[in-house]
Design a protein around this ligand. Structure first.
Ligand SMILES: *Cc1c(COP(=O)(O)O)cnc(C)c1O
Length: 151
C-alpha cells in the first residue's frame, strides 16, 4: 500500500510518500531501494568484513526522507481530525453555494462514502485547504458565480 505526502494531500512532508507491506522480502528490497541498493544486513550479504563493510545488491536511489520532513509529517498527523473536519466543511459550503447553479457540476459526496477532500475538483480545481477562511472561500464562490452567470 502506498501513500502520497505531496503538498496537496491531507498529510504532507513537503514531498514524498510512504510504502507499507507485510511481505518481509519486499520490505528488505524496499529498504535497499531507498538507499542505492545497499545493505549492511549480514543475512543479505555474500560475506562479512567488519562494521564498515556493505554491499550493493540492487540498483537503487536516494529516496531517504529527512528528519525535518518527518517532523512536519508528525505535526500534521496531530492536526488531521481538525484538517478533515475543515476540508469537509469547506467542500459542503461549495456544494451549497453552487447547488442552484446549473452551469457548475460539483463533485458531490458519494452516498455513504466520506472523502478526505484533498481536492475539490470536477472542471477545474477550487482552492481547498484547512486554513482557507470562509471569507476567502466566499470570494472564490462569488467570482466563479459571476463568471458562469455572465456567460
Ligand atoms: C497526489 C497528487 C500529486 C502527487 O502524487 P504523488 O503520488 O506523490 O506523485 C500531484 N498532483 C495532484 C493533483 C495530486 O492530487
Amino acid at each position: 500500500m502506498t501513500f502520497s505526502f505531496h503538498p496537496v494531500k491531507p498529510v504532507t512532508t513537503g514531498e514524498g510518500g510512504m510504502v507499507m507491506t507485510n511481505d518481509p522480502e519486499l520490505y528488505k528490497k524496499l529498504i535497499r531501494f531507498r538507499s542505492h541498493g545497499i545493505t549492511r544486513d549480514a543475512g543479505q550479504m555474500t560475506k562479512e568484513d567488519g562494521g564498515w563493510y556493505y554491499e550493493q545488491l540492487d540498483l537503487g536511489y536516494n529516496y531517504r526522507i529527512t528528519d525535518i520532513q518527518c517532523a512536519l509529517g508528525i505535526s500534521q498527523m496531530k492536526k488531521l481530525d481538525r484538517f478533515f473536519k475543515r476540508r469537509k466543511e469547506l467542500a459542503e459550503r461549495y456544494d451549497e453555494a453552487f447547488a442552484d447553479c446549473k452551469n457548475i457540476i460539483t463533485p458531490h459526496l458519494l452516498d455513504g462514502v466520506d472523502s478526505g477532500w484533498h481536492l475539490y475538483e470536477k472542471m477545474i480545481s477550487l482552492p481547498l485547504y484547512p486554513m482557507l477562511t470562509d471569507g476567502e472561500q466566499d470570494y472564490v464562490i462569488g467570482k466563479l458565480l459571476e463568471l458562469v452567470e455572465n456567460k
